[in-house]
Ligand binder design. Structure first.
Ligand SMILES: Nc1nc2c(ncn2[C@@H]2O[C@H](COP(=O)(O)OP(=O)(O)OP(=O)(O)O)[C@@H](O)[C@H]2O)c(=O)[nH]1
Length: 326
């Protein structure tokens, strides 16, 4: 199919065309990359934007259950919802977190929903670019909300936060009164912390955990792009579909505030800068991974170790070989 034709179909909301385009951006083949870039350029002209919501949480915290019930709630409100995943561990576990669609049984059957598993790649940089491009494709296809889910592995939260308008951190009720070892950096990225499983026997533990996090969030510096009271923590039960509407109301409050004050477009512009620099960095790193480059690195590094050449001169030599010397 020609790029222009694929683009038309995506713009008209053709889901198979969207799936095909995502496969195209996920491909490592050079000719596919050229076509993908062309397609993304064409689609960017549509100017369509979705609300991009990043969602992170450790395995078992209830992400799939949350995406299912939250997604269904949005669909019931007439919104179109796409779900993507960033899962650098998918190659290791042999399947992605969203590979098993039966875990989002209802949502995956909705015409207004689109669920796409994480591409199976170990390299986070590669997964990040492909996911970012898949987000752009979903926006062009007219989705209102794009949920980008990740397990808290390595840097994957940062990657997702950098491509989201809102970042949600899903937590489970803690046993004791200590915070669950959530790294400060991750808490700082969160716009809203959702303590899940606030139902049945777990309800009071969930409320305690939520109070602990509310306290911890108050100690963080208030961000200029946020209204009073944000970032915030609240309890939900994905299983019983409780608290989801109030969480959605809070998300909308935050979004409207940021849009009214220009923070929304400011953040997107910053993210675009970040991904531009990141793409350059990744491309340069890829050059270092070719067999020639690795062999040459070893050679030069041996010479440096023997004192035959200085580190600076060897680095210059290497860069010249890579064609990037200044
Ligand atoms: N009580 C209760 N259990 C829940 C809730 N949400 C999820 N669970 C249960 O928690 C377990 C894990 O839920 P998942 O949705 O598969 O969790 P996940 O975070 O997607 O897990 P991974 O895919 O392994 O990352 C399941 O047994 C769910 O039924 C909730 O709101 N309340």
């Amino acid at each position: 199919m020609k790029t222009a034709e694929l683009s038309e179909k995506i713009l008209s909301g053709d889901r198979r065309a969207l799936a095909r385009a995502i496969t195209l951006v996920e491909s490592g083949r050079d000719d596919h990359r050229v076509a993908a870039t062309e397609l993304l350029d064409l689609l960017a002209k549509s100017g369509r934007q979705a609300l991009r919501i990043g969602l992170s949480g450790t395995p078992g915290v209830g992400k799939s259950t949350f995406v299912e019930s939250f997604g269904m709630m949005l669909v019931a409100q007439g919104l179109r919802v796409a779900v993507l995943a960033v899962d650098p561990s998918s190659a290791r576990t042999g399947g992605s977190i969203l590979g098993d669609k039966t875990r989002m049984e209802q949502l995956s059957r909705q015409k207004a929903a689109f669920i796409r598993p994480s591409p199976s790649q170990t390299n986070l940089g590669g997964v990040a670019r492909r996911t970012r491009e898949a987000v752009a494709l979903c926006e062009a296809a007219g989705f209102d909300v794009v949920l980008i889910e990740t397990v808290g592995v390595g840097q994957s939260e940062t990657v997702v936060a950098q491509m989201s308008d809102l970042f949600l951190l899903l937590l489970a009720p803690a046993g004791g009164d200590e915070l669950q070892g959530v790294k400060r950096g991750i808490m700082e990225m969160a716009d809203i912390i959702l303590v899940n499983k606030a139902d049945g026997d777990l309800k009071s533990a969930a409320m305690r955990t939520c109070a602990d996090y509310s306290g911890a969030l108050r100690l963080l510096r208030k961000r200029p792009q946020d209204p009073e009271g944000y970032p915030k923590a609240q309890t939900v039960s994905a299983l019983q579909e409780a608290g989801l509407d109030s969480a959605w109301a809070d998300m909308k409050t935050l979004v409207e505030w940021r849009q009214d004050r220009g923070h929304w477009s400011g953040t997107r512009a910053e993210q675009a800068r970040y991904w531009f620099a990141e793409d350059v960095r990744q491309a340069l790193l890829a050059r270092l991974k070719t067999p020639w480059a690795q062999g040459r690195m070893t050679e030069l590094s041996d010479q440096v170790a023997q004192g035959a050449v200085s580190p600076t001169a060897a680095a210059q030599e290497m860069l010249k070989g890579l064609g990037v010397a200044g």
